[in-house]
Design a binder for this molecule. Structure first.
Ligand SMILES: C[S@@+](CC[C@H](N)C(=O)[O-])C[C@H]1O[C@@H](n2cnc3c(N)ncnc32)[C@H](O)[C@@H]1O
Length: 411
């Protein structure tokens, strides 16, 4: 166990580096709060349910207090540590012990490291990487059995929250889409050296098998809107002019792509009037969304805008969601509502148009080059002239559609 007294913090420099025995100072910027309570370390390993056959991933092993217990419990431990001083300390600590050939130390930032295969992850992590690390683990393939991780208490409460709980938020739903999450242990700040400013909790994350597959951008866009104001009814959220404008814009792009060139731009325009679009400001939303942004008036809108709004509200009515609130919706209800929107042609991301734009622009450029080369090289008779004009006309049409889609995306 690491010993030594923690010096009283004075001044900025000392706040960043807290001395530790053997000359290594703890860097707060790297979240270096070492577990100093051996009973707690035992309890974490025991609750993790490590098997003797397990390959264990430990993120941020530090000086190796948890690593030691993990080596005793499992078959192999792979650690990822960003701080070279800690890596040296770890190697020094286990060198020449019976455990040394079962320990692999990777030096690097876990967020930038390709993770190896592992059965179980046990870690006391730096809290500043909680969110990206959780999603990195949730996207890891093949899925592991469980991750037992120490988080800041409030973050942990968000992960395990249930509909109606104070901490229920977008992070909760996004995490529980891919995993079942359980609260294991409350941990006070005095179990660490130096003690952090916040309390902690150990959480167990079990990836769902099989995964629930969603289109990630679509799902993200949908949840951002729903959790913009999680305590408002979905009816009032989806009546906002900014939301209707965004959805209508996506709707028009998707329709334009579906109608394709053959149905022409005019047909899309006839169905949609885009003169009354509001801007897309204020669509960047908080995690828990309890912001106090003012409700935007519907502002009357023209007939087409109202028609589209009716379509959106029709979807909410169909699923009986108009009076419900995101703060109380279950994961299954979110999935169901998104499927209803998509069935009605209403989308929350414009990723399809991005792909279309890139492919289409490339095709446009190539076709112009080919036509120019062709018209230069061949001797033009009347028949060939007509072909060239037809090609130019098609390119003009193609160009118009590209401009229209770019306009829809960026207006
Ligand atoms: C809270 S300490 C935990 C130390 C040790 N596991 C323990 O419980 O005593 C977090 C550790 O993660 C390391 N760390 C910080 N950021 C990291 C990153 N991005 N990738 C890998 N390790 C990181 C720190 O250097 C530190 O050793």
């Amino acid at each position: 166990m690491a010993g030594g007294k923690v010096k009283k913090e004075k001044g900025k420099l000392q706040q960043q580096h807290v001395p530790y025995q053997g000359g290594i100072s703890f860097q707060k910027s790297k979240g270096q709060h070492i577990l100093k309570n051996p009973l707690l370390v035992d309890s974490i390993v025991q609750k993790a349910g490590v098997k003797t056959t397990d390959v264990i991933l430990e993120i941020g092993p530090g000086t190796g207090n948890l690593t030691k217990k993990l080596l005793e419990a499992g078959k192999k431990v792979i650690t990822v540590e960003i701080d070279p001083r800690m890596v040296l300390e770890l190697q020094r600590r286990f060198q020449g012990t019976p455990h040394s050939n079962r320990l692999t130390v990777i030096q690097g930032d876990v967020l930038k490291t390709e993770l190896p295969y592992f059965d179980i992850c046990v870690a006391n992590i730096p809290y500043q990487i909680s969110s990206p690390l959780t999603f990195k683990l949730l996207n890891h393939q093949p899925a592991f059995r469980a991750a037992i991780i120490m988080f800041q208490r409030e973050f942990a409460m968000r992960l395990v929250a249930q509909p109606g709980d104070k901490f229920y938020c977008r992070l909760t739903v996004n995490t529980q889409l891919h995993a079942r999450v359980f609260h294991l242990l409350k941990v006070g700040r005095n179990n660490f050296r130096p003690p952090p400013k916040v309390d902690s909790s150990v959480v167990r994350i079990e990836p769902r098998k099989p995964r629930i597959e969603v289109k990630q951008k679509e799902w993200d866009g949908f949840l951002r809107i729903c959790f913009n104001r999680k305590n408002k009814t979905l009816g009032s959220i989806f009546r906002q002019k900014s939301v209707i404008s965004l959805l209508e814009k996506n709707y028009r792009i998707v329709r334009a792509l579906e109608l394709g060139q053959e149905d022409s731009l005019e047909e899309v325009d006839a169905k949609m009037d885009f003169s009354s679009f509001g801007d897309n400001q204020g669509m960047e939303m908080d995690d828990d969304g309890d912001d106090d942004e003012m409700e935007v008036e519907d502002g009357g809108g023209d007939e087409v805008q109202s028609e589209f709004k009716d379509k959106v509200l029709g979807v909410l009515k169909e699923g009986d969601f108009e009076e419900k609130r995101s703060s109380k919706l279950t994961l299954q209800e979110f999935l169901y509502l998104l499927s209803l929107f998509n069935k009605a042609g209403i989308h929350f991301s414009d990723s399809r148009s991005s792909t279309f734009l890139i492919v289409s622009t490339l095709f446009f450029i190539i076709s112009i080059i080919v036509t120019c080369q062709f018209s230069k090289r061949v001797v033009l008779d009347k028949q060939r002239n007509l072909t060239i004009y037809a090609l130019y006309f098609l390119q003009l049409l193609h160009g118009c559609i590209l401009i229209y889609i770019i306009y829809c995306r960026f207006d």
